[in-house]
Write a protein that binds this ligand. Structure first.
Ligand code: SF4
Ligand code: SF4
Length: 302
């Protein structure tokens, strides 16, 4: 058995800001909310969300013999996370200015697993970062990171919302598990709801992806709609920038999450004339490769 203290100290050494450990148990209540959201069609063309629901809300079905989930969080909040100058119209979500977090966090989780194997050589694990069907936000809440804010993201009272999540699912039990944070929530604040350019935030603390700029600029297909992009060309931070918890949170401390790109240097004119070679040189390690140059250029025109 590994101790929770050892896990937390190891994860902090690796560079995570938040660490919690929860038992690998089904998340029945969260599954119900998710299914209601799907039934209402709020996932639009993101059909992958309809698949693997059993695995998504039951870690034991995703990873055989799993007993515990180590939930890790790391801040990426930078000087670009708290909003752009009025009228700037080549806005990029601040996480996308960094190296791709999937790669960075996967490597950090692998490092953490190696640390754990020093005390438990037979340990079996699998690492996940926003790619497999894992109910990351529900696990983070269960691990005591914070609560689900009105804009559907986990709010941590110290770090705000601009942190990435990653999970290490292990086949061992831990001496002590975390519990959800109590007595904290959004109170009367509705800043994120009011800041959303397309009123995409639903009263149920979920987002209608049909109206969300982040989904529209990156993932969603069938873009012949009239969704207002409000100057965003990749992702959208509008509902997070205004959150009082992000306004007061410290900037990220892990240098792996330093921005690689200054979005003010990439003006609309620069984007318009950019070649694929230039795009590769500028953005090949960032999440912006996910949508590609052509889509970014198209987004400029909306
Ligand atoms: S990411 Fe942008 S469009 Fe989507 S809910 Fe937040 S503010 Fe609205
Ligand atoms: S902006 Fe306000 S309502 Fe929205 S998540 Fe932050 S605290 Fe909650």
């Amino acid at each position: 058995m590994i101790t929770k203290d050892f896990i937390i100290n190891s994860a902090k050494r690796v560079g995570f800001d938040l660490v919690g450990v929860v038992p690998a148990e089904p998340l029945a209540e969260q599954r119900k909310c998710f299914e209601e959201w799907l039934l209402a069609g709020n996932h639009s063309t993101l059909s992958y969300l309809e698949r693997n629901i059993d695995k998504r809300f039951n870690v034991q079905q995703l990873v055989e013999n799993s007993h515990s989930v180590i939930v890790c969080g790391v801040s990426y909040l930078s000087q670009y996370s708290r909003g752009y100058s009025e009228g700037y119209c080549a806005k990029i979500a601040s996480y996308a200015l960094n190296d791709d977090y999937h790669v960075t966090i996967k490597a950090m989780l692998a490092e953490l697993a190696e640390e754990l194997k020093k005390v438990s050589p037979e340990l079996k694990f699998r690492a996940f970062v926003d790619s497999a069907p894992v109910a990351e936000k529900s696990l983070a809440v269960r691990a005591g990171f914070g609560w689900i804010g009105r804009q559907s993201l986990v709010v941590n009272p110290k770090l705000g919302t601009m942190f990435h999540l990653g999970e290490l699912i292990i086949d061992d039990v831990v001496d002590e598990y975390d519990t959800p944070m109590e007595g904290v929530n959004c109170g009367n604040c509705r800043k994120c709801v009011e800041a959303c350019p397309n009123q995409a935030i639903l009263e149920s603390r979920l987002v209608d992806t049909r109206r969300c700029i982040s989904c529209r600029t990156i993932e969603r297909e069938g873009c012949n709609d009239n969704i207002k992009l409000d100057g965003w060309i990749f992702g959208c931070d509008a509902c997070q920038s205004v959150c009082p918890f992000n306004q007061h949170a410290p900037l990220h401390r892990n240098p792996k999450f330093d921005p690689r790109i200054d979005p003010y240097e990439l003006t609309p004119e620069r984007w318009q004339t950019m070649t694929e070679e230039e795009f590769k040189a500028i953005a090949s390690t960032t999440p912006m490769t996910r949508s590609g140059l052509e889509r970014i250029k198209n987004n400029l025109e909306k």
